[in-house]
Design a protein around this ligand. Structure first.
Ligand SMILES: [Fe+2]
Length: 306
């Protein structure tokens, strides 16, 4: 088991090519809360979040993933994380606190993902009960990362055995014996903090944000269409078989994929049996049977400098 305690998926850093265009899409249309804007970056959060940010959109030469971030259970876990990465012989470096975020550890995992671990972050006021400010889909909080990897079994072992995540659901192939094709893994007690999915290379597939209810997803679709952003709607709305969640997939102005997600279930009980799905069952992706578009399988966000 892991020698340090991960609390949850907490933040993502995405490189975008036009900050103002991204600000309009995420804040004005989708309803993210803007905490801070600088010349280089936009710091956004969900409506209920009290930490400074869960999404950093950083100006860059091309769309890319900067890092995904996990929050640790306390600041005491950071040196344990450092010892763990040192023992594994994996790259890491300390990032000094900047007044918003405390000291953090930036690592590269065995699949090649840049992963940051932190605990301290400045508090801001939650907008949860400020209903008169809620807009678009009113995204509440970051829920999960979906990562594409060429070898799901390797990534599964890393998250399950090395980092101590638990398994809620999985997809396996029809081969004999079956191969693991995708896995939903969690630290916080809902379906996932990380989904691992078979893909052509190591890249970010999407970042999932929890929304309060399915009606908010339908409202977001109407708002996107009315504002001329109908092309951003890639898949859904629909109901996932896996996770049971109601979903919508969007592509931002740089092509990054964002999911609005609501209605999964508690995974708190330690004896929760993981639920398996067969790859050929269309209900695993969309419970109503509608297939996902090819772009959903073929496109994603590359890691910066890869
Ligand atoms: Fe997702």
């Amino acid at each position: 088991m892991a020698s340090f305690n991960i609390l949850r998926a907490a933040a993502a850093e995405l490189y975008v090519t036009d900050l103002e265009r991204s600000r309009h899409f995420y804040v004005d249309v989708l309803g993210f809360v803007e905490t801070e804007k600088t010349k280089e970056a936009l710091y956004l959060r969900g409506v209920e979040e009290f930490l400074h940010h869960s999404l950093v959109l950083r100006k860059g030469p091309r769309p890319a993933l900067g890092a995904i971030s996990f929050r640790l259970a306390s600041a005491d876990e950071l040196p344990k994380a450092e010892a763990f990465f040192r023992e594994k012989g994996l790259p890491f470096r300390w990032q000094e606190g900047d007044g918003v975020k405390g000291d953090s550890l930036l690592t590269v995992d065995p699949m090649g993902f840049p992963v940051e671990y932190f605990f301290e972050m400045a508090h801001v006021a939650s907008e949860l009960r400020e209903f008169h400010h809620h807009r678009g889909g009113a995204p509440m909080r970051l829920d999960h990362f979906n990562l594409q990897v060429p070898d799901v079994e390797e990534a599964y072992r890393w998250y399950r055995q090395a980092l101590g995540f638990r398994l809620s659901e999985y997809t396996e192939t029809d081969d004999r014996p079956p191969r693991l094709w995708a896995a939903w893994l969690f630290r916080k007690p809902n379906v996932h903090d990380v989904a691992l999915m078979q893909g052509p290379k190591t890249r970010l597939h999407h970042v999932g944000f929890w929304v309060p209810e399915p009606s908010r997803i339908l409202a977001a679709c109407d708002i996107l269409a009315a504002a001329g952003h109908h092309h951003a709607i890639e898949r859904g709305p629909g109901r996932h078989g896996i996770s049971n969640a109601f979903f919508l997939y969007l592509r931002d102005p740089d092509g990054h994929r964002i999911e609005f997600y609501t209605g999964d279930y508690s995974t708190l009980d330690p004896d929760l049996p993981p639920r398996g799905w067969k790859l050929h069952d269309p209900r695993r992706q969309t419970y109503w049977g509608a297939p996902a578009p090819q772009s959903w399988f073929e496109e994603g966000t590359d890691i910066l400098e890869s």
